[in-house]
Structure formats: C-alpha cells, structure tokens
Write a protein that binds this ligand. Structure first.
Ligand code: PRP
Length: 190
C-alpha cells in the first residue's frame, strides 16, 4: 500500500503498549462483574477490538453494531442511523462499547441513546482515539487510548475514502497542498 501521503502519529509499538495498558485497566475495573460484553462499532473498530479483546483477562462475549456514516466532509449535522443491530440481548449485562475514534461524539451519543433503554447492568465506552477539540456533545468516554488534535488519521482500522485501514500504525493524512504541521486541514471528504 502506498504510504507517501501519511506521516506516523503512533507507531505499532506505542499502539501495542497503550492497548495493553487499557486492557489491564478494563480487566481490573470489571474483575468482580462476571462477564463483560464488548460491542464493536463497525467498521473502524475491528483491529482495535481484536487486539483489546485478546488482552483482557476477564470472560465475556463480543457483538457488533453498524451505524450509518454521515458525510462529515460536507456536514456534521446529518442523521446517525443504525444499520445493523446487536444479536445479543444486553439486559442485565455489563456492556463496553468499543470505537476506533470519537470525533464529534455524535455516533456514540446516538448508540448510547438506543442501547440505554435495553437496560444493561452497566454501559461504558472505550475509544482508541479521541479529538477533544471536535466534541460537540458532553459525551463521557471512560477509556481513551490517546487524545489527538484535529487531524485526519488513518490506519489501525481508520480509513480515508476506504483506504489505509489495514496499516499497523496510525498516520496523519493531509489535504492536498497542506504540508502540516499536525493540526492542519482535514481532507474535504472522507
Ligand atoms: C467513524 C468512527 C466512529 C465515528 C466517529 O466511523 O469509526 O464510528 O466515525 O465520529 P463522530 O464521533 O463524529 O460520530 P465512520 O462513520 O467513518 O465509519 P467507519 O467506522 O465504517 O469508517
């Protein structure tokens, strides 16, 4: 895969180290809770969820939801829609929602609003990346890998126009003609 458009933000090794720390923290926090159901938000979560789940020392299951990708390239106010629901009943269960990135927070906010009425025993969120400057809600994310500036990131599950998801590290991709530094412009479309 061509790499010339990206610059490394987090190396494979620093990602691995942070995932281990997060898994340790989560395993400790849930050690007396019985089972923990991990709910991955497709598609971006798939690599982080695979890594995190293999590092947890507590029992549990895995399920997925898919939410419609609204076009953040042109508007941040489009509707978020559930396009694939859980197969698991979550009533009475401890649920941890796993995301690759929280940007505006609207996706997670919406997901929490539709899962809350199903009465899980508890529900928390875990995102590998978060952009504090972009958050448009008072969403609380209990477990965060890294806070990052408002740059477009790819790799480790994150894409740009469907590409770069399978990169093992996380890189910054810039709009054409934008030489950086970090904090620069976002591409016009995702
Ligand atoms: C990304 C990411 C989150 C969401 C975060 O998904 O995986 O689900 O955006 O953005 P928000 O905080 O502004 O709501 P995307 O819609 O790009 O779909 P994908 O996971 O299939 O790449």
């Amino acid at each position: 895969m061509t790499r010339e458009k990206t610059e490394i933000l987090f190396s494979e090794e620093s990602i691995r180290e942070r995932v281990v720390e997060l898994a340790r923290q989560i395993s400790s926090d849930y050690r007396d809770c019985g089972e923990l159901l991990l709910v991955g938000v497709l598609r971006g979560c798939y690599i982080f969820l695979a890594d995190l789940s293999r590092r947890l020392s507590i029992p549990g299951g895995i399920d997925f939801v898919a939410l419609s990708a609204y076009d953040r390239g042109t508007t941040a106010t489009g509707p978020v829609r559930l396009v694939m629901d859980l197969r698991t009943e979550i009533a009475g269960k401890h649920v941890l929602i796993v995301e690759d990135i929280v940007d505006t927070g609207r996706t997670l906010d919406y997901l929490l609003s539709i899962l809350r009425p199903r009465k899980p025993a508890s529900m928390r969120t875990c995102a590998f990346l978060r952009k504090p400057s972009r958050l448009s809600t008072d969403l609380k994310v209990e477990y965060v890998g890294f806070d990052i500036p408002d740059v477009w990131v790819v790799g480790y599950g994150l894409d740009y126009k469907g590409r770069y998801r399978s990169l093992s590290d996380i890189g910054i991709i810039r709009a054409e003609g934008d030489p950086g530094p970090a904090g620069g412009a976002r591409p016009a479309v995702r």
